[in-house]
Design a protein around this ligand. Structure first.
Ligand code: AMX
Length: 435
């Protein structure tokens, strides 16, 4: 076992009795009530999932294993001359709850490199897609094609012990995470730069650095990649992508099935696709302005036009958050430091000053503040990734770290098949009838 897997095993052994004790001593204790509005309204806020990987406070935003994003970015070891940490170190943190030393991360970086060879048939699957396919559809299929590599599935067929499910799941998850950036870069080059061809990985580089290299991007795009993958990694368990991954894996489908499914959920415009929607919306504004700098009145009119035509303002609002998303803030600070004069960034910043008031005045959105997606595309655009269909692929690579860490722990703690109860509308009506 490598040092991360050993440490993880130790943490699993320590954690298992806590779940057993909760179930045995408090299995019938009520911790939440459910309202009609929650049942009809997408189960908002019902406490019905457990995860220790991350927690989303409505006012503070996400914490990974108790650490805020600025703390994660400050504490995790960084490659030499980089300003953003190793993504591999984040995986260590998500799985164990501990900040790794630089030596521990460097050994994990080597492990990731050893796992990143992508079988030839995956490139064939990607190449078979028409060039006008959405990159998320291609990514999902590419991940799915790797299913035949699953150690969990082959061991399950041979009657593996339940207590060891986590171990083969760890192998599958780490193998897939090491390959995902290569698959993402291959899709990017195939769709948008077929003339340049495929770049082979650089054995000297960490995950983020190699992704930038394979995308054909110079520094600081390596740091952009590290930042991007880290801030998108997890947002507790109830969001569509994380929940889908957990749900599918709960039937003991292996992580290839579960990851492909979570990618499909992320591809919706209310979730991961919102970052491409933001760019499309900003472009619309820029076209309308014909190169002129918009006044505050122009911006307000554009926002109201969008709302009055029955559309949402992309990049604003959130199902749980009730403040500006710290993932927005991390990227804003990156922009202020590295690209303050970028025209799109200036638009985004100017909109930040008018959108929240307008959403409050309209009175529908429970959260008028920007979410992660209001900034993400702008950073990518600045560094030449202008094909905004691709942005959700970057989100998916990052999100896989959280989803897969969760699934490894689900297996370790023996969480069962997910099976909530549904009822009919008539039953609901009867339940609320005055007695
Ligand atoms: N612009 C306009 N209206 C908005 C809005 C926005 N940004 N956010 C919410 N609303 C509206 C909803 O459409 C809903 O209207 P309805 O009553 O007519 O159906 C009403 O406000 C109440 O919605 P809510 O409870 O505040 O939000 P929600 O939990 O139902 O949905 C979200 C959350 C993110 C889907 C929603 O805010 C939205 O559509 N935002 C724009 C898309 C976006 O940025 N998505 C990215 C989210 C982050 C992520 O997952 N990547």
């Amino acid at each position: 076992m490598n040092n991360l897997k050993e440490k993880l095993y130790q943490k699993i052994q320590e954690h298992r009795p806590r779940i057993t004790q909760l179930l045995e001593e408090h299995g019938d204790t009520v911790i939440d009530n459910v309202t009609v509005a929650q049942v009809i309204g997408g189960m908002r806020g019902i406490k019905s999932l457990v995860t220790d990987i991350s927690y989303l406070d409505p006012f503070e935003g996400i914490r990974y294993r108790g650490f805020t994003l600025p703390e994660v970015l400050a504490k995790l070891p960084k490659p030499d001359r980089a300003n953003m940490p190793f993504v591999e170190g984040l995986y260590y943190l998500l799985l164990t709850g501990e900040i790794p030393t630089k030596e521990e991360v460097e050994s994990l970086v080597v492990d990731f490199k050893n796992r990143r060879v992508v079988p030839r048939y995956v490139w064939d699957v990607i190449d078979a897609f028409p060039s006008n396919s959405h990159p998320m559809a291609i990514l999902s299929a590419a991940v799915m094609s790797l299913e035949r590599e699953s150690h969990f599935s082959s061991n399950y067929k041979n009657g593996i012990n339940k207590m060891d499910y986590w171990s083969t799941t760890y192998e599958d998850a780490t193998n897939l995470l090491a390959k995902m950036p290569l698959i993402g870069a291959y899709i990017y080059n195939k769709l948008y730069h077929p003339e340049k061809g495929h770049r082979y990985p650089d054995p000297s580089l960490d995950l983020g650095g190699n992704f930038a290299y394979m995308m054909g991007k110079d520094s600081p795009y390596d740091d952009v990649s590290r930042m991007y993958f880290i801030i998108h990694a997890d947002h507790e368990s109830g969001n569509v992508s994380a929940h889908t991954g957990h749900l599918v894996a709960s039937s003991l489908s292996d992580i290839y099935y579960a990851t492909s499914a979570m990618i499909n959920g992320l591809a919706g415009p209310l979730h991961g696709l919102a970052n491409q929607e933001v760019l499309r919306w900003l472009q619309g504004l820029m076209e309308q302005m014909k190169g002129e700098i918009p006044s505050e009145e122009d911006l307000k009119a554009y926002v109201w036009d969008t709302l009055n035509s029955g559309q949402v303002i992309p990049g604003y609002g959130h199902a749980v958050l009730r403040k500006t998303d710290p993932r927005y803030t991390v990227q804003r600070e990156f922009c202020l430091k590295n690209m303050p004069e970028d025209p799109l960034f200036k638009y985004v910043d100017a909109l930040y000053k008018v959108v929240p008031d307008i959403l409050r005045e309209q009175g529908k959105a429970k959260n008028p503040w920007p979410n992660v997606d209001a900034q993400s595309g702008v950073v990518q655009w600045h560094y030449g990734v202008t094909q905004y269909d691709f942005y959700t692929v970057l989100f998916a690579i990052g999100r896989s770290f959280g989803v897969l860490s969760n699934i490894i722990w689900d297996r370790a703690l023996g969480y069962p098949l997910e099976r909530p109860k549904s009822i009919t509308t008539e039953m609901l009506e009867k339940m609320v009838e005055p007695k």
